[in-house]
Design a protein around this ligand. Structure first.
Ligand SMILES: [Zn+2]
Length: 271
């Protein structure tokens, strides 16, 4: 294979405590005791010597305030501290349009923004304003996405798209109408950046859907796809909100060690 080798970095910008019964759909069906569960919030960077791609933009002050959720470090500031200035980013992937994934789009004025057609169109549709769908969004942020489209910077795809050499975006739906996942080749293996197709490892390990499920059939099929990529391609799963991500992978060097992990490394950086 002659494709580029990438690093995948997960940057954790927020964390909160929830309960298992509030996180897993129809939790009473599992006959397990309720209990606390931590939910962490990440943005991701995919990097090679050739390019830098940001995946999702985290939640904004507004999106956090409306849900009584603060930041550990604001995602835009965290990206800057990492050395990725959002103002310079030319490729941004939006895995889905929930508030915690599109909150700071205005910080990326130059980026072409990739999203599935299904996700873009769903939030224009007749049911997007209904409480059980809309509570995960901010209207002003969906409007920013529309502005980006009108400005010609939105690039919508359906099914599967190669967004950079070797990097695939795959539409799975389930959590939202057009949720996508990414596969990224690294020196540590194929990284499967699931975003919210799997919030927690447990969803995949125990076939346990997250509470927010727009299409349960597609969510289960997404789980099947993720498991097949792990089984057949030795893919390394990065779920969207699991605190264990921070423990399963190598911390970043230096002052951001507590704020992010890295998978893969360029051979020239090895010492
Ligand atoms: Zn999310």
């Amino acid at each position: 294979m002659t494709t580029e080798s990438y690093e995948v970095i997960a940057l954790r910008y927020a964390s909160r405590m929830a309960t298992r019964s509030a996180v897993f759909l129809n939790y009473h069906l599992y006959d397990e005791p309720d209990g606390p569960i931590q939910m962490d919030y990440y943005v991701w960077v995919i990097r090679s010597s050739e390019r830098t791609i940001v995946v999702d933009t985290g939640y904004s002050e507004l999106g956090g305030r409306n849900r009584n959720r603060g930041h550990i470090i604001h995602p835009v500031e965290l990206l800057k501290q990492f050395g990725t200035d959002p103002a310079d980013v030319d490729t941004l992937v939006i895995t889905h349009a929930h508030y915690d994934h599109i909150g700071n789009l205005e910080a990326f004025p130059r980026a072409r923004v990739l999203i599935t057609e299904a996700e873009r169109d769903f939030w224009r549709g007749p049911t997007a304003g209904r409480l059980l769908l809309h509570h995960s969004c901010e209207d002003s942020e969906l409007a920013t996405l529309e502005q980006i489209d009108r400005a010609g910077r939105l690039q919508a795809f359906s099914g599967r798209a190669e967004i950079a050499p070797g990097i695939s975006a795959i539409e799975v739906g389930g959590h939202t109408h057009g949720q996508c996942i990414l596969t990224v080749p690294t020196s540590d293996g194929l990284v499967l950046l699931a975003s919210d197709a799997a919030h927690y490892y447990e969803e995949i390990d125990d076939d346990k859907p997250f509470v927010v499920a727009e299409d349960l059939d597609k969510m289960y099929r997404g789980f099947d796809l993720i498991r097949s990529l792990i089984r057949n391609d030795n893919a390394v799963l990065l779920p969207g909100h699991d605190p264990d991500v921070m423990h399963r992978h190598r911390p970043l060097d230096g002052p951001l060690a507590e704020h992010g992990i890295i998978i893969g490394r360029h051979p020239e950086e090895a010492s």
